[in-house]
Design a protein around this ligand. Structure first.
Ligand SMILES: Cc1cc2nc3c(=O)[nH]c(=O)nc-3n(C[C@H](O)[C@H](O)[C@H](O)COP(=O)(O)OP(=O)(O)OC[C@H]3O[C@@H](n4cnc5c(N)ncnc54)[C@H](O)[C@@H]3O)c2cc1C
Length: 302
């Protein structure tokens, strides 16, 4: 699509914007057009226009679980982190916009003496990304506290509709949801049902979780866990058992601290990341007979 057409359709979008600036892995080629909408209405309007003109749409939250390929993403990329960021707390109910960062939501709810989202302190992405992934940590998971999500479905009647989807309809599973089958659906906000707790105790729990993270995970750009858990085993354990800790391709390395984190030493490419993912899968399969499935979502063109 011609840059001028994209500019006319989405005047506030940045054109040819390098996405490595927006991903936790610091990897990713350019988005033809990157839009950070200031409201849910602006996001919906942009998606409507894109569909009218046959322009593909990609949604990013915080970019903490994505590998954007080196050729970048064609069409319109909508990034919600930091743009849709309102939180409302009333009684035990919490409503958070899709772009709210999960650790901030953990802090905000704990400070109000509401228990249930402390686990979110370990997950650097957004509310929308956490619904998509059913993100979880420290034994807690999004599906345990989420009551509903408002989802814009462009395939609905009248050029799309916002549907309030109940927890039971979101198809939650280990690191997945029904949204994986509908990549064009967009989570706009989510409602959580929490329980009353002691604010000081909840804050202390968050502090303990944070400390665990600081000692247990590498301090370099990554996408967090590269692979999902294979059955009851741990990807970090099998990758280490296959002798891959410290294996390096280009600037990408299987972290010597935690083998399921593939760290970028600076200037790493998606090609290197894919090669390392491939090598890990092959080696673990050959040596241990275990199949590893990526948790990280892969977008764009090589
Ligand atoms: C250091 C580190 C530690 C991590 N630790 C954990 C952990 O403990 N537990 C865990 O579960 N994850 C962890 N992650 C992975 C990641 O933070 C989670 O998967 C998170 O939920 C992704 O959210 P995001 O907003 O960054 O989504 P993105 O990475 O931007 O996107 C991920 C997927 O969600 C989709 N998506 C994002 N927002 C929306 C939306 N509003 N509507 C529809 N689809 C959307 C995207 O299209 C994409 O397919 C970690 C990552 C890092 C870098």
């Amino acid at each position: 699509m011609h840059a001028r057409t994209l500019h006319e359709l989405f005047p506030s979008a940045k054109l040819d914007e390098p996405l490595r600036r927006y991903t936790a892995w610091k990897i990713g080629g350019p988005a033809d057009a990157l839009l950070e909408p200031r409201s849910a209405e602006e996001a919906i309007e942009a998606v409507r226009k894109a569909h009218e003109h046959g322009i593909p749409v990609t949604v990013l939250g915080g970019g903490t679980n994505v590998l954007v390929l080196d050729g970048g993403i064609r069409g319109l990329t909508i990034r919600l982190a930091r743009s849709l960021v309102n939180v409302e707390i009333e009684g035990n109910g919490v409503v958070a916009d899709a772009g709210v960062l999960y650790p901030s939501l953990a802090n905000a709810t704990a400070a109000k003496g509401l228990e249930g989202l402390e686990f979110a302190t370990g997950i650097p992405g957004t509310v929308g990304g956490a619904v998509y992934m059913n993100a979880g940590a420290y034994g807690g998971e999004t599906r345990e506290v989420l009551e509903w999500a408002d989802v814009y479905r462009p395939d609905g009647p009248d050029g799309g509709e916002v549907v309030r989807m109940a927890n039971a309809d979101l198809g939650f599973r280990y690191r997945g949801s029904v949204l994986h089958e509908h990549p064009d659906w967009i989570v706009l906000r989510a409602g959580y049902g929490l329980v009353p707790g002691d604010a000081e105790e909840l804050k202390a729990r968050i502090k303990t979780f944070r400390k665990q993270r600081m000692t247990g995970s590498p301090n370099k750009p990554s996408c967090g866990s590269t692979f999902k858990r294979p059955g009851n085993d741990y990807p970090g354990r099998v990758i280490e058992a296959a002798g891959l800790k410290g294996t390096r391709i280009g600037q990408l390395e299987v972290s010597p601290d935690h083998a399921n984190y593939f760290v970028n030493h600076g200037g790493g490419t998606a090609q290197d990341a894919l090669a390392l993912i491939d090598l890990a899968q092959q080696t673990v399969r050959e040596k241990l007979g275990v199949d590893l499935e990526p948790e990280v979502r892969i977008f764009g063109e090589p």
